[in-house]
Design a protein around this ligand. Structure first.
Ligand code: ATP
Ligand code: MG
Length: 592
């Protein structure tokens, strides 16, 4: 089955790109890429004492020519701005590492972060990595129970948070978290009293020395603990090691086309893996200027930042793009984005309409890429110099071998080599940012592998040119009258209709067909639900998809339920439709 947009192509003229791309020739880059050589592009700790993410991200630049270059420009909600040079960030993170040391925190202890995008969060992540602790950033909007679950699974020894978040969400949990030894808080109001049982982070940093010598760090020492988004069920705690920085560095160059003078903005919160791998580590390892916006999504604010801060590379997510699309392209076209040259997106399939909307709004297509918490870094991408097939997630990165497989009864896999065949996306194990376990769930971890292959739980297909097309999560795929239907394809057909802002598609059990396709549709401003529009939509998608794949039912909704990382929660749409238990909703965005 060929989706309607598979034949369209956005051609790239390499000689017309504003800077020469790092990956100019895909096949050649694949043929010559080797992970050991990629590792040698990093410095390593002085004296050959290993590999540490924070050394690569800040200290080596602070000791070199980039010392005074702006590493992080922080934009406050209230319009304030703070710049940190590489030397400054190295000193602040050193202070934080010394604070941990003075408190008796040990190598391998877990340091959790529960805060908005405030400067102290970035100091703490880097400082904790210097002290060889395992860092786990949580999303500040989590309620007490999701916080408790993650901190107890992770046996948090230290928590960095704010006074308000502590009072509202953590203080009542304290007795249930016996391993939690220190809570370091940032005051929300100047001069406010500290909650009982917490320490004043500002005062501790002030008293700490701004130098810290990172101890020997093995490449396979644990560094980060990231909980998955929980789109399919209960979130899993994926463990990543210091060596992941090799992949952060390589993928920053290849998939995001980082160049030394770039100003890079990753809109993801560090509570999700994207906000750490690419919202902190990768751009700093490259010595770039990283933009951090404390505020939540607001289309006008975002356009302002892209223009005013002269952002050159922008990494965002389909939900954000769809929200910007809702307002139309005019807002963007009335402005200038003088330095913007590369836009990428991750987290969910990017509808073809969103790819081409980028052209309308910014004069640049949006480059979809695919990865997971478990993979630690970008695995499949649309590259700056490669033609785009809108709706495709691109091709595997150099150093990454992808395949489509079918699981066999004996626990192995059969490779599906024919173009166009749908199968489970698998990756040959061994890249540096591959997760090394699900904390406390060894069996679940082992189940992700069949021999040399890591099985992703996502279904995809590859076309004859080697582009990968996302079909759906294995759990979301619909089986209707002998057809396997990926919800994304149906949702994209809806997205092509001018009245549709978003669509979520599920399979609903049916005695005859097995399952029928049901769609939930949210409309753009200015369009009202009604029978006429329903019929119009049905006819519109039937024409694009054919009757076997087109939905039989459409419900209009004000908004779709999403995770806080912006992914459509199809399992919740389905549970609600069928009146079944709603399952783990710890990552549900409120109001949906
Ligand atoms: P859980 O595993 O707990 O259900 P999750 O899979 O949503 O949560 P993440 O690791 O944050 O948690 O998300 C990775 C998943 O997001 C991928 O496996 C895939 O299903 C989806 N995804 C990410 N990028 C893309 C993309 N470009 N196109 C399609 N799907 C994507
Ligand atoms: Mg997952």
């Amino acid at each position: 089955m060929t989706p309607p947009d598979e034949d369209s192509l956005i051609r790239k003229d390499v000689s017309a790109l504003p800077v020469p791309p790092n990956l100019a020739d895909y096949e050649q880059a694949r043929a010559s890429f080797r992970w050991p050589a990629a590792a040698r592009a990093l410095s390593g700790l002085p004296g050959g004492s290993g590999l540490n993410i924070a050394h690569e991200a800040v200290d080596r630049h602070a000791q070199g020519a980039r010392a005074t270059h702006v590493a992080l420009r922080w934009l406050g909600k209230d319009g304030s701005q703070r710049d940190f040079s590489y030397a400054g960030l190295a000193a602040w993170s050193a202070r934080f590492a010394n604070v941990l040391d003075a408190l008796g925190v040990q190598r391998g202890d877990r340091v959790f972060l529960l805060a908005g995008r405030i400067p102290e969060l970035y100091m703490a992540v880097l400082g904790a990595l210097k002290h060889r602790c395992v860092v786990s950033p949580l999303f500040a909007a989590f309620g007490p129970e999701p916080i408790f679950t993650r901190m107890s699974i992770g046996a948090a020894a230290v928590l960095v948070t704010t006074t308000g978040l502590y009072r509202r969400k953590v203080s009542a949990l304290r007795e249930r978290l016996p391993q939690l030894r220190h809570v370091l808080v940032v005051r929300e109001e100047a001069g406010e009293p500290l909650p009982v049982g917490t320490l004043d982070l500002a005062a501790l940093l002030e008293d700490a020395a701004p130098q810290y010598r990172i101890g020997p760090t093995r490449p396979d020492d644990p560094a980060l603990l990231h909980f998955t988004s929980g789109t399919t069920g209960k979130p899993k705690g994926a463990i990543h090691v210091h060596e992941a920085v090799v992949a952060h560095h390589a993928t920053g160059a290849l998939a995001l086309d980082f160049h030394p003078e770039d100003v890079f903005w990753c809109t993801a919160d560090p509570g999700w893996v994207t906000g750490t791998s690419y919202g902190i580590v990768a751009p700093l390892v490259h010595g770039l200027t990283l933009i951090v916006d404390e505020a939540d999504f607001d289309a006008e604010r975002w356009y302002d930042i892209l223009g005013r801060e002269a952002v050159s590379v922008w990494y965002t997510a389909p939900t954000a793009v769809r929200m910007m699309m809702k307002g139309g392209a005019a807002s963007a076209r009335n402005r200038t984005f003088a330095r913007l040259r590369f836009i990428a997106s991750v987290g969910e399939p990017l509808n073809p309409q969103a790819v081409t909307w980028g052209l309308e709004a910014f004069g640049l297509p949006i480059h979809d890429n695919w990865w997971q918490t478990e993979t630690g870094g970008i695995m499949i991408a649309n590259f700056a110099a490669m033609d785009i097939r809108p709706g495709s997630m691109g091709k595997p990165l150099p150093g990454i071998e992808a395949a489509l497989v079918r699981r066999t009864a004996d626990g192995g896999v059969a490779l599906l080599a024919e173009p166009g065949v749908e199968g489970e996306l698998a990756l040959r194990r061994g890249w540096p940012s591959m997760f090394r376990g699900y904390l406390g769930e060894e069996e679940r971890y082992l189940k992700c592998f069949a021999g040399e292959w890591y099985l992703t739980g996502d279904l995809a297909r590859r076309d004859a040119e080697g582009y990968y097309w996302f079909v759906g999560r294995a759990d979301d795929v619909i089986k209707s009258s002998g057809h396997l239907i990926g919800p994304f394809e149906v949702e994209s057909a809806f997205m092509a209709h001018p009245a549709v802002a978003e669509a979520g598609v599920i399979g609903k059990p049916d005695p005859v067909a097995g399952e029928i396709v049901k769609a939930f549709v949210a409309l753009k401003p200015g369009h009202a639900p009604g029978e006429a529009l329903r019929r119009d939509l049905l006819a519109f998608v039937r024409k694009r998809l054919g009757t076997a794949v087109a939905p039989k039912e459409i419900d209009f909704v004000a908004a779709l339920p999403k995770t806080r990382s912006g992914k459509i929660l199809r399992r919740l749409l389905k549970a609600r439709e069928l009146g079944l238990p709603e399952g783990d909703l710890s990552t549900l965005e409120p109001g949906a």
